[in-house]
Write a protein that binds this ligand. Structure first.
Ligand SMILES: C[S@@+](CC[C@H](N)C(=O)[O-])C[C@H]1O[C@@H](n2cnc3c(N)ncnc32)[C@H](O)[C@@H]1O
Length: 276
């Protein structure tokens, strides 16, 4: 385990999250006996641009029915359930937060997807899977917390089949200087480990990946934030990612927008391949 692993766990800790989400869903008028993945999308897609980004990334990746997918840093499982329901994939998620895994499992049961998705409490740096277990590795906005990036991407490489694809959306260092904190992924600067796009691209090549596509999506994320409560001044809906972000939610999101406006962060989506 990395030295700062405990601070990452503490940062994401939300005691009683599963119950908090259940209550919020009920208050919002959702039918808990017939819950859909769309009911959950405002609260279980724990990354910038939410469901919109998941749909976009899945189309970009060329996901095919029946693929065996590993979601590295699966959070509350929103993307995993989307891939399972939309494409018929089997998705295995791992996450450092035990509470997130428990909540993700409850939400999978409530949406009738428990036979297609599973969530294990484990570190991305030491995944509980055999070599070459998956056709596709998917990760969305977790490596910002990980200092040992060679090991992180090496683990992803290891669990992929030769010929398997690796797709990600991630936050990288922009040219505008050090980020403002707190953000949704870091309470203080010591939890933030951003590489520039060029440095990450070089590392992935060193790990052994072949790059298939690489695209900057910073503008799309900046535009999305222009329509969010942080920009419009409208109140945040009661059923929203604020439930997961905790008491500093407003400040974390305002800082993310500001980091985007000041070019301190960049968003990249990419597809890579483990050579045969
Ligand atoms: C911003 S959330 C993204 C969650 C999910 N990928 C999504 O898009 O909905 C970041 C997640 O990374 C997880 N995480 C951070 N470091 C990790 C590690 N070393 N191993 C596994 N999960 C980690 C956190 O617990 C958290 O759930």
């Amino acid at each position: 385990m990395e030295r700062h692993t405990q601070s990452v766990t503490d940062h994401y800790r939300r005691d009683g999250l599963a119950e908090i989400i259940r209550e919020a869903l009920a208050k919002d008028g959702k039918d808990l006996d017939n819950l859909t993945i769309d009911d959950l999308a405002p609260v279980d897609e724990f990354h910038t641009r939410g469901r919109e980004a998941t749909v976009e990334l899945a189309e970009f990746a060329g996901i095919e029915p029946g693929m065996r997918v590993v979601d590295v840093g699966s959070g509350l499982g929103g993307p995993a359930r989307y891939l399972a329901q939309t494409y018929g994939c089997t998705v295995a998620g791992v996450d450092l937060s035990e509470e997130f895994c428990r909540t993700a499992t409850m939400l999978a049961e409530m949406t009738g997807l428990a036979d297609k998705v599973s969530f294990q409490h484990a570190s991305a740096l030491d995944m509980p899977f055999e070599d070459a277990s998956f056709d596709l590795a998917w990760t969305v906005q977790i490596q910002m917390n990980i200092a040992d990036k060679a090991r992180f991407y090496g683990e992803i490489f290891r669990v992929l089949e030769p010929g398997g694809r690796f797709v990600f959306q991630d936050i990288l260092q922009g040219p505008g200087g050090p980020i403002r904190v707190p953000t949704p992924w870091a309470s203080e600067p010591g939890m933030n480990f951003l590489y520039s796009p060029a440095k990450l691209s070089d590392l992935l090549t060193d790990v052994g990946f072949e790059q298939i596509e690489w695209r900057d999506r910073t503008d799309a994320h900046r535009e999305w934030y222009d329509h969010q409560p942080e920009a419009t001044g409208k109140p945040m809906p009661k059923l929203s990612i604020h439930l997961v972000l905790g008491p500093e939610a407003g400040e974390k999101r305002r800082n993310t927008r500001q980091n985007l406006l000041e070019d301190r962060i960049a968003y990249v989506q990419a597809i890579l391949c483990k050579p045969d």
